[in-house]
Design a protein. Structure first.
Length: 284
């Protein structure tokens, strides 16, 4: 199939892009950066934006740098930017490991980190990463800028807190402690397919016991989120099979699983139990 007719705008400055977005937002105007999420659903006419604002010529949106306690990721930063570590911090190793699970190589060369978050597919690896680590989203419009916590940003399946005239210009991920450990695991039917369930965990070991625990689950619910019940099961425990299984069971019990023609709630709970346990085993 082919997309419905649309007008493509190519602004050269951020202010020009915001001005165009403000004018066409009411006509379902959309931002185009990588297009690896948006263009396919346009081809199936699941989305019919009358205007696309192509930001690939806008300077400054490709910024990727760490400063202070955060890693700042601009709206034009591609998935492929994380094929190698981008900072001297465990977060960089985490991002590199997660990036290799995103779709296929050609998609990673074009798709963008911020675009993935703005699209808000529940199965997105970057959405899971942002939700688990507590990212901050920087949304800008002609009305100004605002910060949105990850816990408030994802509102449901392909639904976010962005207003129609706002551009997700930057995402800030908190750097991890130098001794932080992480684990990631996702289940899909074929390599490159969307994850049916995925888990990301981070923690520190103090005196042999886990602390500063983050456990996130994606793909299994309408939006990725931290699972505080699983975190509580791990906090203060020594890493090992008993603690990992308890946390995995707590996560399985806590989720409100999606159901579709391929999976029922029980099956997705089983997947959550498996991916959380395997992510924790990877961390160890």
């Amino acid at each position: 199939m082919k997309p419905a007719p649309f007008v493509r705008h190519v602004p050269r400055t951020l202010q020009e892009a915001l001005a165009i977005l403000s004018q066409v937002a009411g006509q379902d105007g959309r931002i185009l950066a990588g297009g690896q999420s948006l263009v396919p659903i346009m081809a199936f006419r699941l989305a019919k934006p009358a205007h696309l604002i192509d930001i690939n010529e806008v300077a400054g949106l490709d910024r990727l740098e760490s400063h202070g306690q955060t890693l700042s990721i601009g709206a034009r930063v591609r998935h492929a930017a994380f094929h190698a570590p981008v900072a001297d911090n465990p977060l960089a190793a985490l991002l590199t490991y997660v990036a290799r699970h995103i779709a296929h190589y050609p998609i990673r060369m074009r798709g963008t980190f911020c675009g993935s978050l703005a699209h808000a597919d529940p199965a997105s690896e970057w959405c899971l990463t942002a939700a688990t680590l507590g990212a901050t989203m920087i949304a800008i419009s002609q009305r100004g800028s605002r910060e949105i916590a990850a816990s408030d940003f994802f509102e449901g399946i392909m639904s976010t807190a962005l207003a129609e005239d706002e551009l997700l210009a930057e995402v800030r991920l908190p750097l991890l402690a130098a001794d932080a450990k992480f684990g990631f695991y996702e289940f899909n039917r074929r390599a490159g397919d969307f994850a049916m369930a995925a888990a990301l965990v981070t923690y520190r070991l103090v005196g042999g016991f886990m602390t500063d625990v983050h456990v996130g689950v994606g793909g299994a619910e309408a939006a990725p989120r931290r699972i505080i019940e699983a975190e509580a099961a791990l906090h203060g425990q020594a890493p090992g099979d008993a603690a990992f299984r308890a946390a995995a069971q707590a996560a399985s019990d806590a989720v409100d699983p999606l159901e579709d023609h391929q999976t029922n709630a029980e099956y997705r709970r089983d997947l959550v139990r498996a991916v959380v346990r395997r992510a924790l085993e990877h961390s160890a």
